[in-house]
Ligand binder design. Structure first.
Ligand code: HEM
Length: 500
C-alpha cells in the first residue's frame, strides 16, 4: 500500500489507477494515516497511528517548537495530523524557493470545513484558494488599496501617530498597558482607509467589531475547532466553542454589513475609500473577470484588511517597547539619531534613508518577532518539489518565518536583539528577512504596515522615553504567546515625555 501511494503521488497516475481502484476505501485511508504520501526521503518525528503528530502541533509556543524540530530533522520536514500531511519549511532560501520561485505550484490555501465557514465559502483574500476568481479579487483589492493609499496614507498615519502621542502624554507618567492604544491607532488607520472613519478608545462600535474579530481568530485557532476539519465525525457532536464561533461570525457580518450600508448611502461613487472603490469596481454592467465578484467579496475584503492590518502592526509596536525596556540604550540611540537628522520636526516616511538606526531597529523587530510567525498555510496545487524533495498535490506547506529568522546558519547570534546587524557592514541579510511572506500570497498590506511601523515608532521614540513600571517589577517576558499572531504577554510601562 505504501509503495502504491508514493507511486501515485509521483504523478504516475496510469500505473496506480487500477490497483488503487481494487483497494477498499478504508484501507486506502489507513494507508494514508500510517504511510503518508510524501517523498519517502522527507524526514520528520515519529507519528502516532491516527493521531499523527498531534502532540507536536499542540505545543504551547508552536513556532519555537517547530524551530527546535528543525535542529533535529533539518530545514524541511513533515508532520501528520488526522489525514493531513504538512511540510514545515524553516529556512528563508527554502521558503523563497517555495513561495516566490515556485509560486504557481504553492499559491493554494488548504480547503477545510471551518475555513470555508469563516471565509464565507472561500470568498476572502487570505483564506480563498487560488483560482481565477481569487486572482481577480486580489487584483482589484490590491489596486483599490494602492489607489486610496498613494496620496492619503501618509497623512492618515501621521494623524493617528499625533493622536497616539497625545493619549500617551495624557497618562502623565502613570504606568499603563499600551496594547489597547496601539490597537486603536492601527485599527483607525484601517477603518479610515476602508470606511473613512476613525474612533476613540472609548467608542463602543469599533471596540465591538475588534473584540468580535479577535474572538473569531482565537476560536478558529483553537484545537476544539480545528479538530472538526480533520475528524468529520466530531461535527455531529455538540461543540460549544463552535457554537460561539458561529455566533461571532453572525455578529461580524452584521457589524461590517452595517458599515457598508452606511457607506453606500453616502455618495460612495466618489471612491475615496478602499471599500467604496471596491463597490464601484465589483459592480460592472458587463464582461470581464469582474462579473464573478459580488458584495460578499467586498464584505470579506474589509474583514481581511481589518484582521490583517490591526493586531499585526499593533503587536509589533508592543513588542518594540517591550524590547526597548530591556535595552534602554537602543531607544536613546534612536532618539539621538532623530534629533541629529531632523532637529525638532517630526519625521516623514521619505526621511527613512537618513535614519538608518531607526530602520535597523524596525528590521530587527520584524526578524525577532515576525508577528505572523507561521504565515498562513499554503497548499500545493499540483505535484512539485521543494529542495529536491517530491511534494504531491494537496500537501499543506507551513512557512516557519520564525524559524527562518532564527536560523543559525544565516544569522549570527540569532536569539540576540541586535539592531546593529542591519546597519551597513553589520552582517544582517535583508534577503533572508521575510516577515511578510512572498510570491502570489505576499502580505497585501506590506506597504501600509511598513509606513505605519516607521512613523509610529519614530513618533513614539521622538516624544517619549519608555521606562519600566516599577523598579521591583520584572521586565516584560520576551517569549510571548503564539497563536495566529505572536504577541507579547501584557505588561505595563511608563511613557515619560522627552524634553524637546
Ligand atoms: C507588521 C505587520 C504585518 C505583518 C508582519 C504581516 C504578515 C503577513 C504574512 C506573513 C502573511 C501571509 C503570507 C503568506 O500566506 O505567505 C500576510 C497576509 C496578509 N496580510 Fe499581512 N502583515 C502585516 C500587516 C498587514 C496589514 C497592515 C494589512 C492590511 C492593510 C495586511 C493584510 C494582509 C492580507 C489581506 C493578507 C492575505 C494575503 C493573501 O492571502 O493573498 N497585513 N501578512
Amino acid at each position: 500500500l505504501c509503495r502504491q501511494t508514493v507511486r501515485q503521488s509521483d504523478g504516475d497516475a496510469k500505473a496506480s489507477k487500477q490497483p488503487e481502484a481494487a483497494v477498499p476505501k478504508v484501507l486506502r485511508s489507513l494507508s494514508k494515516h500510517f504511510c503518508g504520501t510524501l517523498s519517502p526521503s522527507l524526514p520528520g518525528p515519529p507519528s502516532l497511528p491516527l493521531l499523527g503528530n498531534m502532540f507536536d502541533l499542540a505545543q504551547e509556543h508552536l513556532p519555537i517548537h517547530l524551530t527546535s524540530l528543525a535542529l533535529r530533522y533539518g530545514n524541511i520536514y513533515r508532520l501528520n495530523y488526522g489525514n493531513t500531511t504538512m511540510v514545515i519549511l524553516n529556512n528563508s532560501e527554502i521558503i523563497r524557493e517555495t513561495l516566490v520561485k515556485k509560486w504557481s505550484d504553492f499559491a493554494g490555501r488548504p480547503h477545510s470545513y471551518t475555513g470555508d465557514i469563516v471565509s464565507s465559502g472561500g470568498r476572502s483574500i487570505s483564506l480563498g484558494d487560488f483560482s481565477e476568481e481569487w486572482k481577480a479579487h486580489r487584483r482589484l483589492a490590491h489596486s483599490a488599496l494602492h489607489r486610496c493609499t498613494t496620496d492619503s496614507l501618509h497623512p492618515v498615519i501621521e494623524n493617528q501617530a499625533h493622536h497616539l502621542c497625545k493619549v500617551l502624554r495624557d497618562y502623565n507618567g502613570k504606568a499603563v498597558d499600551l496594547s489597547k492604544d496601539f490597537t486603536v491607532a492601527a485599527s483607525n488607520v484601517i477603518t479610515t482607509l476602508t470606511f473613512g472613519k476613525s474612533y476613540d478608545k472609548s467608542s463602543v462600535e469599533p471596540q465591538k467589531l475588534q473584540d468580535c474579530l479577535n474572538e473569531i481568530v482565537s476560536l478558529w485557532g483553537s484545537p476544539w475547532i480545528s479538530a472538526l476539519d480533520s475528524f468529520p465525525l466530531l461535527r455531529k457532536l455538540p461543540n460549544p466553542p463552535f457554537t460561539r464561533l458561529m455566533k461571532e461570525l453572525a455578529r461580524r457580518d452584521e457589524l461590517i454589513g452595517k458599515l457598508i450600508e452606511e457607506l453606500k448611502k453616502s455618495d460612495h461613487r466618489e471612491g475615496g475609500t478602499v471599500t467604496s472603490s471596491l463597490l464601484q469596481s465589483f459592480k460592472p454592467p458587463q464582461g470581464g473577470d469582474q462579473m464573478t465578484l459580488t458584495d460578499t467579496h467586498v464584505h470579506m475584503t474589509t474583514v481581511d484588511l481589518l484582521i490583517g492590518g490591526t493586531e499585526t502592526t499593533s503587536a509589533l509596536l508592543n513588542w518594540t517597547v517591550a524590547f526597548l525596556l530591556h535595552r534602554p540604550e537602543v531607544q536613546n540611540k534612536v532618539y539621538e539619531e532623530l534629533c541629529g537628522v531632523l532637529d525638532v520636526r517630526y519625521p516623514k516616511y521619505s526621511d527613512r534613508h537618513r535614519l538608518p538606526y531607526l530602520c535597523a531597529l524596525i528590521n530587527e523587530m520584524l526578524r525577532l518577532r515576525p508577528v505572523a510567525p507561521l504565515a498562513v498555510p499554503h497548499r500545493a496545487i499540483r505535484n512539485s518539489s521543494i529542495a529536491g524533495h517530491f511534494i504531491p498535490k494537496n500537501t499543506i506547506i507551513i512557512p516557519n518565518l520564525y524559524g527562518a529568522h532564527h536560523d543559525p546558519k544565516v544569522w549570527d547570534d540569532p536569539y540576540s536583539f541586535k539592531p546593529e546587524r542591519f546597519l551597513e557592514g553589520g552582517g544582517g541579510s535583508l534577503r533572508a528577512l521575510i516577515p511578510f511572506g512572498g510570491g502570489a500570497r505576499l502580505c497585501l498590506g506590506e506597504a501600509v504596515a511598513k509606513m505605519e511601523l516607521f512613523l509610529f515608532t519614530a513618533y513614539l521614540l521622538r516624544d517619549f522615553q519608555f521606562l519600566p513600571a516599577r523598579n521591583e517589577e520584572p521586565l516584560p517576558d520576551l517569549q510571548g504567546v503564539a497563536s495566529v499572531v505572536l504577541k507579547v504577554k501584557p505588561y505595563t510601562v511608563i511613557a515619560n515625555p522627552r524634553e524637546q
